[in-house]
Design a protein around this ligand. Structure first.
Ligand code: MG
Length: 453
């Protein structure tokens, strides 16, 4: 049975994602990530203790020991798995930025990276197979380990110039979104000597402050506080704190493309060059800034595991996506919310206020739209559009990306929804809008030949 999507197994708690499913998934995971101990962690969702307990029971029933790290961010679990050789994998219970009724299961390989599609398929196969429990005297044990958050923060702190950050006397507003960041980011900021005013800083699986996706609309309180309290910057995480976004001292939301560009530049300048990996959906701003800092850029399909794998293969220095998921290869090959915070503080100390850094960036205009489309025709329509434009520069890394001298268009079938996304970027707003409209019209004309989109 196909269970894993682009972000692990997701569903409404006690709906699709019920305790029976979690128990059986735990047994299936045991056959792939066992027989060594498996580390288990969870976010603050109401259903997370239930899902975690059912998964743990499944693992133990198969003879696998469980190390329960409690409520910590996904990157803290990933760091623990990579740095504890007695553990052969990890399981994170989180639905990241989804609404509170959802939950999810994400599996981590022994090296701390997200399980590959092959490992996920093996778990699905095991789920469909014979999952005979071990005999009573081989049932696994469970032990609790309360220091994973602190170990993760210690490692983050060890990577940055603590003295420089401490002596800058920075003040920030932090929005933990009532999620897993509450267990780590306040501690990080304390260690770095940053005076912090925290909102939504208590763990609460109902997400009373705002939805746990750190979009601009959800961060009105943070933006206002940053402005009114006149602090240096605002910091916000998603529900499992693998992602991080920023607000300038003037209270302006910084889109993920911009923080990706600024931190890419910081990393490249600090290392005298290097490869930055991002996806075909990221603004050309990143390439402009990284190349002028002396680095190079490589593109992949959308999805942080794809970016992380490319970084591992090609010795990438830094990578990420425009949604605030940032990966630092000198720490670990996964999205790393706390590391992003530490490095942004370093960037502010080294290169001045975030507001000024953002205003110095090149300007691009991006139009992001989507049309409804059934899964069966998505690939055919992409092929037909590509065939109509033999003279254009294009790549098929993910859907179809067409590059122009002043911008690009990305035509990308959604992997999870009945949608076909059409993005267009240019230095000139009118050009971006015109190209988006032209390709949308072309899409609709072709789709009508299949009986509508
Ligand atoms: Mg997340």
């Amino acid at each position: 049975m196909k269970m894993f999507g682009t972000n692990g197994i997701r569903g409404v708690a006690n709906g699709y994602l019920c305790s029976e499913l979690a128990l059986k998934v735990g047994k299936a995971i045991a056959t792939v990530l066992g027989p060594g101990p498996v580390a288990m962690a969870r976010d603050t969702r109401v259903s997370s203790p239930m899902v975690s307990a059912a998964l743990s029971a499944g693992l133990m029933s198969m003879g696998v020991d469980v190390v329960d790290l409690g409520m910590v961010p996904t990157p803290a679990l990933q760091y623990y798995v990579r740095t504890h050789s007695d553990v052969s994998g990890g399981v994170m219970v989180t639905a990241s930025h989804n609404p509170p009724e959802f939950n999810g299961i994400k599996c981590i390989s022994a090296d701390g990276t997200e399980c590959s599609p092959e490992e996920e398929a093996a778990i699905e196969d095991a789920y469909d197979g014979d999952l005979a429990c071990t005999c009573w005297d081989r049932i696994g044990t469970i032990r609790h380990h309360d220091d994973a958050g602190e170990e993760y923060i210690d490692a983050v702190v060890s990577k940055v110039d603590v003295d420089a950050i401490r002596s800058a006397g920075l003040r920030v507003c932090l929005d933990c979104a009532n999620g897993a960041a509450v267990s780590t980011t306040p501690l990080l900021l304390r260690r770095l000597g940053v005076r912090t005013i925290t909102i939504n800083g208590n763990p609460d699986g109902f997400f009373p402050g705002h939805d746990s996706e750190p979009t601009e609309e959800n961060l009105d309180d943070l933006k206002r506080m940053v402005r009114e309290l006149d602090v240096d910057l605002g910091i916000a995480h998603d529900g499992d704190a693998d992602r991080c976004v920023f607000v300038t001292g003037g209270g302006n939301y910084v889109p993920g493309d911009q923080s990706l560009a600024l931190l890419g530049s910081l990393m490249v300048r600090a290392n005298g060059g290097g490869l930055v990996v991002t996806t075909v959906a990221t603004s050309s701003l990143v390439e402009d800034v990284v190349t002028s800092a002396g680095g190079t850029v490589a593109y992949t399909a959308v999805g942080s595991p794809v970016v992380a794998r490319r970084m591992m293969e090609d010795s990438g220095l830094f990578g990420g996506e425009e949604n605030g998921g940032l990966i630092f290869s000198d720490h670990q090959f996964c999205r790393d919310g706390a590391m992003a915070v530490a490095r942004m503080l370093e960037a502010v100390v080294r290169y001045g206020p975030l507001e000024d850094q953002v205003s110095a960036l090149p300007r691009y205009h991006t139009v992001k739209g989507a049309v409804m489309c059934t899964d069966e025709v998505k690939g055919v329509i992409t092929d037909l559009i590509a065939a109509r434009h033999p003279d254009l520069r294009m790549n098929r890394l993910d859907g179809l990306r067409i590059d122009y001298d002043d911008g690009w268009v990305l035509l990308r079938p959604s992997g999870t929804e009945l949608k076909y996304r059409i993005y267009s970027e240019s230095r000139d707003r009118e050009v971006a809008e015109r190209r988006a409209a032209e390709f949308r019209a072309e899409f609709e004309e072709i789709a009508s030949g299949f009986g509508g989109s």
